[in-house]
Design a protein around this ligand. Structure first.
Ligand code: 1AL
Ligand code: ZN
Ligand code: ZN
Length: 403
């Protein structure tokens, strides 16, 4: 595999190792914040250096095409997301984001225009780390975005619409707006595995077969805030005590499922003061399974645990499991074989833009190993050799599909 491509990728990753860097370690680029804007601008600059044609949409998704003249043509789209979780790693999203750009830029430099136009994309948001909505970039690009999400507030009380407008305006000073939706024929996404399977089996490339369904709930337990010293124990309505009982029942009930993965990862206590009985508790519940019926059953159990109490359940994410397109699985697999890389079929327990896009457009995904299976952590790491392998598979696949 040629080193020019992987050198460009490593040098771009190096540039981005300053964008959104936080102390003591890791990266935080939440959608529309200053570091996110910096990232999208840097992405656009890199795309221009490759001679690609850069444009954006109203959501702040940034695109780079290998032709200036797209019109209505069906294109092949490839990319990932610019946003991170709070204190995330360098590679989640950004790897596929930058590798797509390098792959298309390099093919354009060495082979010129393609028969089917190639477009790289840096999606605005996938993680749901600023607002309680996920995949808003890829959903917008495929007309699946629910506009009621524009009213969602972040923790500082800024709404989605206002944050978006300001960021998009800044980007639009240097990136041209294209209001016409792209006509996408096929979508490809390269991503780190974020789990331990490839490394454990000593396999270089994962050809993704499907992506788990995902349901995220916000559960609000209501009680009555009152004085910690004067309110007798049998006369209080302590929201945290109720939440604690409910969480324990949820752990117990959901542990009965065989494959379900569930996490209570967020807990907010109000007013969160030592000498005040908690008046309200909000906690998250993230549930994943490849079988939608299992998720529906788990949800029913959670609802029954919460019934007859002052509890509200808000479903903030509900994405169906998805299958990658057989013909793209075959092409990716063939590319890996031609490059003499070891490969395996793998399903994804993480959600991806590829997931929501696959509901509408034939989609394929490529994974490379994550050291120690660590992700959503500053300790996330993928070796340069594996980064280069993934890029080579993506590039070979794009060449087969578009030239
Ligand atoms: N690739 C990801 O880390 N995705 C994450 N984010 C979404 N939106 O699924 C997740 O939680 O799995
Ligand atoms: Zn992630
Ligand atoms: Zn990701």
């Amino acid at each position: 595999m040629d080193s020019v491509k992987s050198d460009s990728l490593l040098s771009l990753l190096n540039t981005f190792s300053e964008i959104g860097k936080v102390q003591p370690a890791g990266f935080t680029r939440k959608v529309y914040d200053d570091q996110w804007i910096r990232g999208q601008l840097e992405y656009a600059d890199a795309a221009k250096r490759f001679g690609l044609n850069v444009f954006m949409d109203q959501m702040g998704n940034v695109f780079a095409a290998n032709t200036a003249d797209l019109n209505d043509q069906a294109v092949i789209l490839t990319g990932s997301h610019m946003d991170t979780v709070e204190h995330g790693g360098l590679y989640d999203g950004l790897y596929g984001d930058l590798a797509s750009l390098v792959a298309i830029g390099d093919l354009f430099t060495t082979m010129g225009s393609s028969t089917v136009p190639l477009v790289a994309v840096s999606f605005s948001e996938e993680e749901g780390s600023r607002f309680e909505t996920t995949f808003s970039g890829s959903k917008f690009a495929t007309d699946q975005f629910d506009r009621t999400n524009l009213a969602l507030l972040d923790e500082q009380g800024t709404d989605f619409a206002t944050a978006r407008e300001a960021a998009v305006k800044t980007l639009n000073d240097v990136i041209q707006m294209r209001s016409q939706r792209l006509h996408v024929k096929e979508y490809l996404e390269l991503h780190i595995e974020q789990g331990p399977v490839l490394e454990a089996h000593g396999v270089e490339v994962g050809v993704v077969s499907g992506i788990t369904g995902q349901m995220r709930l916000l559960i609000t337990v209501n009680g009555k805030a009152n004085h910690a010293g004067t309110t007798p124990m049998d006369m209080r309505d302590d929201a945290l005590q109720t939440a604690n009982a409910v969480m324990n029942s949820i752990y117990k009930a959901l542990h009965q499922f065989t494959d379900l993965r569930f996490t209570i990862g967020k807990l907010n206590v109000f007013p969160n003061v030592t000498n005040v009985i908690p008046g309200k508790v909000v906690f998250s519940l993230d549930m994943r399974d490849l079988d939608q019926a299992v998720l529906a059953n788990a949800l029913a159990q959670v609802r029954s645990i919460c019934a007859h109490r002052a509890i509200d359940i808000d479903i903030t994410t509900n994405v169906q499991p998805s299958r990658m397109a057989p013909e793209l699985i075959a092409t990716i697999s063939q590319s890996a074989a031609e490059l003499n890389l070891s490969q395996t079929a793998i399903s994804s327990g993480a959600g991806h833009d590829a997931q929501v896009i696959s509901y509408q457009i034939p989609t394929g995904m490529i994974f490379v190993p994550s050291v120690g299976g660590v992700s959503h952590s500053p300790r996330e790491f993928t070796k340069s050799k594996d980064l280069a392998n993934g890029l080579a598979v993506l590039s070979t696949t794009l060449k087969k599909l578009a030239y």
